[in-house]
Design a binder for this molecule. Structure first.
Ligand code: CP
Length: 311
């Protein structure tokens, strides 16, 4: 594997899930990272991605450098040909060319603007990392995808051992305007499994066709939940009315009453979660979210190990 930006990058994504489970059983079996350095560059906040990816690298014997580029770095210019006499201080071309000389793998987190669909869906920022980096690039969540999260989600679902699980990806409320990266990515990855997948969302919150092709879309959350084995909750802003929050009149918060419609369904969320907004305390406290978060470590370790073995 030369990069990890989407489900298309691993040669066999299902084998990567199996590899992560083997690593979970014995995390210290490889020293493929000895004398290698991982760089983690964050344009946006993170708890799980930052800590789990560092832990994964330590399990492999790697050194890790973390850069909060939004706070600690020079202000980056992303456009080519700009006369840089304004407030940007360093061009992305120079920043990435330099950073990639210090590391063997470069991870980057960059959220979408949610203002310019074309820039976001062409991955304006992370594509410049792959363009200018001399080492493999790993997405720590980009404008349209969160592949390390999705891989951890598949590992968690695989551990449940349910044959052809009915999985519902459900929109849920949130006070802020959030990216579509997690749900896009979840759909992209769950499609490679044998799961029966339904997207439940209010009108106006459908995702881009490239992710929903072949996915059932349901606008009645109660109906969608009937018989489900897994409820994966997430908020996202509108793709059609890009980056907006069309009004939703019904209550989409996930409650114990709604979970009772499922087939003793497990509740999943990538975290962080707004309790009693996205889902009630009762739902969150009876969920598998901590196992999901733990599996971030082995998702990252499987990806890093596969890249290291191909350096
Ligand atoms: N789920 C996830 O990516 O968490 P962080 O934003 O805290 O890294």
């Amino acid at each position: 594997m030369k990069q990890f930006l989407s489900a298309s990058d691993p040669e066999d994504p299902r084998a990567l899930v199996k590899k992560a489970l083997v690593l979970k059983a014995n995390p210290f079996q490889s020293s493929a990272g000895k004398n290698r350095t991982l760089g983690l560059v964050f344009f946006n906040p993170s708890l799980r991605t930052r800590m789990s990816t560092q832990k994964a690298a330590f399990n492999l014997g790697m050194n890790v450098m973390v850069m909060n580029v939004d706070k600690d770095g020079w202000k980056i210019e992303f456009n080519d040909g700009t006369v840089m006499n304004g407030d940007t201080q360093e061009h992305i071309k120079d920043a990435v060319s330099v950073m990639s000389q210090y590391v063997d793998i470069l991870g980057v987190r960059t959220f979408p603007s949610l203002q310019n669909k074309e820039d976001d869906y062409s991955e304006k920022v992370i594509s410049q990392f792959t363009r200018y980096s001399t080492v493999p690039v790993v997405s720590l969540e980009s404008a349209t995808r969160h592949p390390l999260q999705s891989l951890a989600d598949l590992i968690t679902i695989e551990e449940l051992g349910i044959k052809r699980p009915k999985v519902v990806l459900s929109w849920a409320p949130h006070p802020k305007i959030l990216p579509q990266a997690v749900p896009n990515s979840f759909l992209e990855w769950i499609k490679i499994t044998d799961a029966d997948i339904t997207l439940a969302c209010p009108q106006g919150y459908e995702l881009a066709d490239e992710f929903t092709n072949g996915v059932k879309i349901e606008h009645d959350q109660y109906h969608a939940f009937e018989g489900a084995d897994i409820i994966y909750a997430k908020n996202w802003s509108s793709y059609v009315h890009y980056g907006q929050k069309p009004e939703v009149k019904s209550d989409w918060t996930i409650t114990a009453e709604k979970m009772a419609l499922t087939n003793k369904g497990k509740f999943m969320h990538c975290l962080p979660i707004r309790r009693n907004v996205v889902a009630t305390d009762e739902v969150v406290d009876n969920s598998i979210i901590y196992r999901q978060a733990k599996n971030r470590e082995y998702a990252a370790q499987a990806v890093l190990q596969e890249i290291l073995e191909n350096l």
